[in-house]
Write a protein that binds this ligand. Structure first.
Ligand SMILES: C[S@@+](CC[C@H](N)C(=O)[O-])C[C@H]1O[C@@H](n2cnc3c(N)ncnc32)[C@H](O)[C@@H]1O
Length: 235
């Protein structure tokens, strides 16, 4: 997952307004953060797109499970420290003032048992008064099961088409993403990236956050439609 995609990730998500999202998140940090420092960790940071807009105001670290994504991030965003690690069990041996986990990266932990471990791990990496902001994946009731999806990117020297279908198995949503990529002077390539994300209920996520020593809030209107945002303040 994301391995062959890393090189093309920013093109596929060219429509996403990272600058505007970072601006909204900075407002939330100002409102909720009660610790004094400015150390920020972005978990599931991908190619570091949000961090480009945080690096001037915070001392930033990004972590992602996927080495290919980490390498792309390192090559683009020089002022940020990037590490490879799994959000369920990474250990950076330090505490942050802000932890972000955006664009539904949290869904990739797949199971409630991993979600509970991840919340504890986030808690262990936050100072008292530090703020956790999680943009979740969908729940079982908000997920668009069965609907086909298509995203395209069309430039003179590169054309990308991504088509997918969606299904649910238990608490998991499964998307088989088929990529067709045509680049100047290259053969067309096709690969399949299968994404499995847990459909976690809001109440259950809040319960795990509270068990991990967070004072919690769920904001229905978050960054993207129908996803919302979890806010946790470390007690
Ligand atoms: C949808 S992308 C979001 C990337 C980035 N936050 C953004 O907004 O563009 C999800 C990211 O989560 C990462 N990821 C998946 N499972 C993870 C895990 N267990 N620990 C850390 N990162 C993970 C993937 O490699 C991928 O880069």
């Amino acid at each position: 997952m994301y391995k062959k995609l890393a090189k093309y990730y920013d093109l596929i998500y060219h429509w996403k307004d990272y600058d505007k999202e970072a601006y909204s998140i900075k407002d939330l940090i100002k409102k909720y953060k009660n610790s004094d420092g400015n150390k920020l960790l972005d978990v599931g940071c991908g190619t570091g797109k949000h961090l480009e807009y945080f690096k001037d105001d915070f001392s930033c670290t990004g972590i992602d499970i996927n080495n290919e994504m980490v390498e792309v991030a390192k090559s683009k965003v020089k002022e940020v420290i990037f590490e490879q690690g799994n959000m369920t069990n990474f250990n950076l041996k330090t505490e942050f003032d802000v932890i972000l986990c955006l664009f539904s990266s949290i869904g990739y932990v797949k199971t409630y048992s991993n979600l509970e471990k991840t919340m504890l791990n986030f808690s262990n990496h936050l100072k008292t008064g530090g703020v956790l902001i999680i943009e979740p994946w969908f729940t079982k009731s908000t997920y668009w099961v069965g609907a086909p999806g298509m995203t395209t990117y069309d430039e003179k020297d590169i054309k990308i088409a991504r088509l997918n279908t969606t299904k649910i198995e238990g608490d998991l949503s499964i998307m088989e993403m088929h990529y067709l990529i045509a680049e100047k002077d290259e053969d067309v390539i096709h690969f399949v990236d299968t994404h499995e994300l847990g459909l976690f209920e809001i109440d259950k996520t809040l319960e795990f956050m509270e068990k991990a020593s967070f004072k919690t809030e769920f904001l229905k209107n978050g960054l993207m439609e129908d996803r919302g945002l979890f806010i946790g303040i470390k007690k």
